[in-house]
Design a protein. Structure first.
Length: 360
């Protein structure tokens, strides 16, 4: 099955591409490379991989020749990043995604998997949230996800099967690392500052899921019978945890000398506990990676230097820099994705003994 992956050089996309190639699928990646192309460096010459450095808004019929499935991961994927340029957000997070789905349908592409977010549920207290729960999008990002879902799903018909996966908060190591995601950011802060700061007493709850389990869910959706996935929405998650639960898990991994500071601060607009039972029943989705495993692999990778805290790992700051530049400089950034950036020091796990971090 020839699969086109937009955003294939991104945080989730680069991990998905490797898994699809391992399954024997020919893959075409479409990515503007605004964060660079280093995430695909080790597979760049794979005989079953084609990489197109281009904006999804430029896709034409010839780009989908022979494609049998699309996984759409392109777009700005954080609340803060989408607020930087509302017009750009609408163009790449909604209009380009809808245009691609319509183009795929017209080209006879059978499967179309749209990656969305459980941010569409907003502030949903009480019972567990299911795919039938009312949507309460509270941010520009959540609104764009909800609107795109509502436009693409009705395109379903003979020969075209759109599917929506609503992801929880993703964490874990990736070739295109992101440290603006909650668990990853907390792990970095604990190593760098020996401190994790939480707003609202850390009580807001979200669902957390490891990147490998997300990739497993996408592959399952691509392999599932069309009758199980056409015009269907699936929650993809694992652990329902408060921010304080996550911070405590990180402190357990590093030691008691990591401080957890609780503040009032800006409220988190999202609070919900959701279930992924539908994905388990219809896709055979079985999340396996625990939060502790995800935290430890990030801490170990930072300690070894195999991943680094660089500017492009902080999505909002990176996009802010790109948007602030002129057209010529922006083009150069999209080609090279390099900035001079001096992160604060990471103390490393070598400072961790039986009693926790050794204060210096």
């Amino acid at each position: 099955m020839h699969i086109l992956v937009t955003g294939g050089a991104g945080y989730i996309g680069s991990a998905l591409v490797r898994e699809l190639l391992a399954h024997g699928h020919p893959v075409t990646v479409v990515d503007s490379m605004i964060f660079g192309d280093r995430a695909l460096a080790d597979v760049r010459h794979h005989p079953a991989l084609q990489i197109r450095r281009m904006d999804t808004r430029g896709l034409q019929r010839e780009h989908l020749t022979g494609v049998q499935a699309v996984v759409d991961l392109a777009g700005r994927s954080s609340d803060l990043a989408t607020e930087l340029d509302p017009a750009w957000t609408d163009a790449v997070n909604h209009r380009a995604q809808v245009r691609l789905a319509r183009l795929a349908r017209s080209c006879g592409v059978a499967r179309h998997v749209l990656i969305s977010s459980c941010a569409v549920y907003g502030l949903a207290r009480g019972a567990e949230v299911t795919e039938l729960s009312p949507l309460q999008p509270l941010t520009r990002y959540a609104h764009s996800c909800a609107l795109t879902e509502a436009t693409i799903l009705p395109l379903a018909g003979p020969g075209f099967s759109p599917t929506v996966l609503r992801l929880g908060l993703v964490h874990g190591r990736s070739a295109r690392m992101r440290f603006d995601l909650m668990v990853n950011a907390m792990a970095l802060s604990a190593l760098r500052l020996r401190r994790i700061t939480l707003d609202e007493g850390g009580q807001r709850c979200r669902n957390h899921v490891h990147i490998r389990d997300v990739v497993q869910a996408i592959v399952a959706a691509l392999h599932a019978p069309l009758a199980n996935v056409s015009r269907q929405v699936f929650n993809i998650g694992h652990h329902n945890l408060s921010a304080l639960d996550v911070a405590e898990a990180i402190r357990h991994a590093l030691g008691s000398h990591v401080e957890i500071a609780l503040h009032g601060g800006t409220p988190d607009l999202h609070h919900h506990r959701f279930t992924a039972r539908k994905a388990q029943d219809l896709l055979g989705y079985r999340p396996e990676v625990t939060l502790d495993t995800g935290v430890n692999e990030i801490l170990d990778a930072l300690d070894r230097g195999s991943i680094a805290d660089t500017l492009e790992t902080h999505t909002t700051r990176w996009i802010h820099e790109v948007l602030a530049l002129g057209k010529e400089a922006k083009t150069a950034i999209e080609r090279t994705a390099t900035f001079a950036y001096r992160p604060a020091p990471v103390f490393g796990r070598s400072a961790v003994g039986p009693g926790g971090l050794r204060l210096q």
